[in-house]
Design a protein around this ligand. Structure first.
Ligand code: NAP
Length: 289
């Protein structure tokens, strides 16, 4: 049986220092219901992060709004003492506020963005962000104000790379007037790839594309779901097929499946060993509504 390691998913180079394994991990499941409050078993949450490191994951996606702060704390604890500390690349997000379970309100006031960044650095125990996404563009402030503040923070050495989340190609082009944009994080999976144009634009601009909801919040993992037939052919799980499709779709795609289960984590990372045939890739590409 092939080794289960994120290294088998190939690499993506953010810069001279960071060439990360493409298959990463997203921390959003490490909270209470509605992405609110602590996870029911904090030790387990930390152990999932530790297991991810063990399985070769060196790309972790997080946000202060997950919990808020709880997912970041578990991430920091899980990464503490990791042997490959200098290879770990964190993408973080600012620009959302939380008022309760399932409630998210964008807030892009530049001073607030700055505060969020400073608090996140403290929570994560780092001195700069490898990649910081503007979680949402807040329509109450201009793109220049919001992205301009990230550029200031970058010039101060607090952010290495700047990214945008849930944006159109037109919004990316607007933001590119104020800073170099190195990554995009949008909703995207085999069942919903409405943002194909964003993936292709990102690829043309040498930007990473981080698909959120890569498993469509678990709907694509169902044993009787739309991926079951092809999964059986590869002796794989439907989750693995969903991730293998993303990995094959474009070399700039970095999937970050979320899970609070070590077994599911292992299942997801094993997707790196699946090479879909061109025919199956094509069939899957036409599944989307
Ligand atoms: N930028 C944004 O606006 C934004 C928005 C949403 C999410 N995100 C990021 O995207 C990441 C991924 O999104 P997500 O975690 O919400 O959704 P997801 O990865 O599409 O799906 C996660 C769900 O699938 C289940 N699951 C995971 N692996 C499985 C497997 N192998 N078999 C069966 N079930 C499995 C998980 O349950 P278990 O815990 O039981 O495994 C969980 O319910 C987040 O963690 C976050 O970092 C970003």
């Amino acid at each position: 049986m092939a080794e289960i390691t994120a290294a088998n998913s190939g690499t993506y180079a953010f810069d001279d220092q960071f060439k990360i394994n493409r298959l990463g991990y997203g921390t959003m499941q490490l909270t209470g219901a509605g992405t609110w409050g602590p996870y029911s078993d904090p030790k387990k949450a930390v152990s999932v992060v530790q297991k991810a490191v063990e399985l070769g994951v060196n790309f972790f996606d997080t946000a202060d709004s997950y919990g808020p702060w709880f997912a970041d704390r578990y991430l920091a604890q899980g990464l503490k003492g990791a042997a490959n500390q200098d290879e770990i690349f964190i993408s973080d997000k600012i620009g959302q506020t939380r008022q309760g379970p399932g409630v998210w309100t964008p807030h892009g006031e530049p001073n607030y963005l700055r505060q969020q960044l400073e608090v996140s650095l403290m929570t994560l125990g780092i001195d700069h962000e490898d990649l910081l996404f503007l979680h949402r563009i807040d329509s109450h402030f201009s793109v220049e104000q919001q992205v301009g503040e990230l550029k200031k923070l970058q010039d101060e050495g607090k952010i290495k790379h700047i990214g945008l989340s849930q944006v159109t190609v037109a919004q990316i082009k607007e933001a590119q007037k104020y800073a170099q944009i190195d990554a995009i994080e949008n909703l995207y999976n085999v069942g919903n790839h409405d943002d194909d144009d964003v993936v292709d634009y990102a690829q043309s601009q040498h930007m990473a594309f981080v698909p959120w909801f890569p498993l469509d919040t678990g709907k694509l993992t169902k044993a009787d779901g739309p991926l079951a037939q092809i999964a059986a052919k590869y002796d794989a799980s439907p989750a693995q097929i969903a991730l293998a499709w993303l990995l094959k779709r474009s070399a700039n795609i970095l999937p970050i499946p979320g899970t609070s289960s070590v077994d599911h984590l292992q299942d997801n990372i094993a997707a790196a060993n699946i090479d879909l045939s061109a025919t199956d890739f094509d069939t899957l590409s036409h599944l989307a509504k």
